[in-house]
Design a protein around this ligand. Sequence first.
Ligand code: AMP
Ligand code: MG
Length: 359
Amino acid sequence: MLLQQRMSWHVWQDNRKKRDIVETKLFADCAADLMQAAALLKQGSVVGIPTETVYGLAADARNPEAVRQIFAAKGRPADNPLIVHIADMAELEQVAAKISPLAIRLAERFWPGPLTMVLPKHPSIPSVTSGGLDTVGVRMPLHPVARALICLSGVSIAAPSANRSGYPSPTIAQHVMRDMQGKIAAVLDGGACTVGVESTVIALEQDDSVRILRPGFVTAEQLETVASHVIVDPAVLHELQKGQTVRSPGMKYQHYSPSARVTLVEGSQTAFAALMEQCSKENGVYALVCHNGQNALSVPAYTYGDTDEEQAQQIFSKLREMDDIGAKHVFVEAPRKEGVGLAVYNRLIRAAGFEVIQV
Ligand code: AMP
Ligand code: MG
């Protein structure tokens, strides 16, 4: 009897916790709301925050219970580590156990900005944050709101992208509200993200070289100005084979996919147009193309930008828009694989579940 009472008390407590977040507040980019968001972070709640890359789902990186709430809200596998966001170099010493001269040079050149370095983990960072690894991804964001929240809350912020796991990342506050309504305490609206794709994630190797685990706005060419050698990990562009080990757990999972089927198409504009002609009878077919003013296609077409930077900024919101308009199958004209284009290509090939057609 006593046991039964205790059990129902736990169930009641769990339900109460779930009920606690009834409505996710939408904060504005003003001093009063920043203070409220910082207070929530300090007390162990999860808040959606803007960064220059994409919106993040932020919580105190050293509070295991708060970090568990991030994983629960996203539906993220527990072995996929979170990136820890810091505001200054003194904080880096509290997050990373060892900081090599190369790490310092990279920080001097690219921080604050969209570069994440995988470094040995400081003991104060709980293993739930690092997905059980003895390393930690660290980044110093540039966005003034993200920086202000780290400083005002006084905590280092663990923050993955603020989408539900597997779905395209959010680049405006409304995307986060949609994915996270009722699951987190608040979202702070800091406007549209300027970069639009997640940070470049790198591992620092022996002999001053760098391995790109996830391409981003900081390009291989830029990293080469600081590191002796830059390797793009094969998993950036290729599907993992069964049993293959990965350097970054995020490489294992399905990512960035809208509900609509996505097919990436490589080839000339003329060949793309011919393919659309063939597919125009299929129900719910849309095209997402790079070039403004492209020749009329036989299916409804949207553009996701001409330049690498425009494409990075728009790709996730366009993929979400495809679902909003009821697309069933989206053919995407492939971006280039150089510079920032490599980051866009990496996101699209995953959104497409590696379904690529050469025409
Ligand atoms: P997201 O949090 O959605 O921006 O994704 C973070 C990415 O960084 C994932 O692909 C992670 O696997 C990767 N990452 C974070 N921390 C580490 C780490 N310690 N070692 C390797 N990859 C990491
Ligand atoms: Mg993500």
